[in-house]
Design a binder for this molecule. Structure first.
Ligand code: CP
Length: 315
């Protein structure tokens, strides 16, 4: 039975910025319940039977697209994957026209990834379906931050007071924006590190500490989150070379010798091995990178389930 405090207040999930700490805790607690479903011989529950979810991915994705589809199937929803390639988008149809035509076929939820910040909000304002942001340009990637928080909480038992250092291409990352919103709301301590050219001038206003060396960022961290250098979003390299970047900010086993006992290393993927992270770290005992991927299914099941309630007439 769904109760007033067992569904999200909003029709949509557009970003972490709009969520309260209680919303975040509700999603993480719900995901904890769903994680076990993926370990059963029959990996399915009937929670969203009869609901149609459209996955509208207009930008490349492996983890997010696949795990949303798996999450939808595990909740027994009907799913439809829409890719721009091969559709009338190639003939110049706009996002709004595309979405309104899809809406005419009565989906209950639309999961959207788009290169333009604000594309999910634009759909949410026009369409009655629940809109879930699966990454919009450099703005937000809320389900990534939720799965990261789930992984930290599962490994360390809490979020409050945890020291999280996020290192790399801060300027071009939607993952970091969502993570900063989430971690500061949940009272974790966030440190940001990277070359000055890859750190926005006013990032401290988001409640984070900024350092410019990897060593300072590693010292005292419970969690080290490495970010991908987003070569596709940089017009040109904003540092001398990828080799120089690795020599200064690449996470190696040698550099982890200065880390706290029990530190965990995260990465949202896809990784540039040998640029921001050495393979020996990505595949080593510190790494929880594939756990993040596993947890992504449970977290997306929770988000779909909690938003799906909006279409169940408050049953
Ligand atoms: N972390 C993430 O969003 O990965 P994908 O781009 O492969 O979905």
């Amino acid at each position: 039975m769904r109760t007033a405090n067992s569904a999200l207040r909003s029709k949509d999930l557009l970003g972490i910025e709009q969520l309260s700490p209680e919303d975040i805790t509700l999603i993480l607690d719900t995901a904890e319940g769903f994680k076990e479903v993926s370990e059963r011989p029959v990996k399915k529950v009937p929670a969203l039977r009869g609901q149609l979810v459209i996955n509208l991915f207009m930008e490349a994705s492996t983890r997010t697209r696949v795990s949303f589809e798996i999450a939808e199937k595990r909740l027994s929803a009907d799913t439809l994957n829409f890719a721009a390639s091969g559709s009338s988008v190639e003939k110049g149809e706009t996002l709004i026209d595309t979405a309104e035509n899809l809406m005419a076929m009565h989906p209950d939820m639309i999961v959207i990834r788009h290169k333009y910040p604000g594309a999910p909000k634009m759909l949410a304002e026009r369409l009655p379906a629940s809109i879930i942001n699966a990454g919009d340009g450099g703005h937000e990637h809320p389900t990534q931050a939720l799965l990261d928080a789930f992984t930290i909480r599962e490994r360390l038992g809490r979020l409050q007071g945890v020291n999280v250092s996020i290192i790399g291409d801060i300027a071009h990352s939607r993952v970091v924006r969502s993570n900063i919103h989430l971690l500061t709301k949940m009272k974790a301590n966030v440190t940001i590190a990277g070359p000055p050219t890859l750190i926005p001038m006013d990032i401290e206003r988001m409640g984070v500490r900024v350092v410019h060396s990897l060593q300072q960022a590693i010292q005292g961290a419970d969690v080290i989150m490495m970010l991908r250098i987003q070569l596709e979003r940089q017009g040109k390299l904003t540092f001398p070379s990828l080799r120089e970047y690795y020599n200064t900010f690449g996470l190696t086993p040698e550099r982890l010798r200065g880390a706290k006992e029990g530190v965990i290393v995260m990465h949202p993927g896809p990784m540039n091995r040998g640029v921001e992270i050495a393979s020996d770290v990505a595949d080593g005992p510190w790494s929880v990178i594939l756990e993040q991927v596993t947890n992504g299914v449970a977290v997306r099941m929770a988000v779909l389930y909690l938003l799906g309630g909006a279409h169940m007439g408050g049953e």
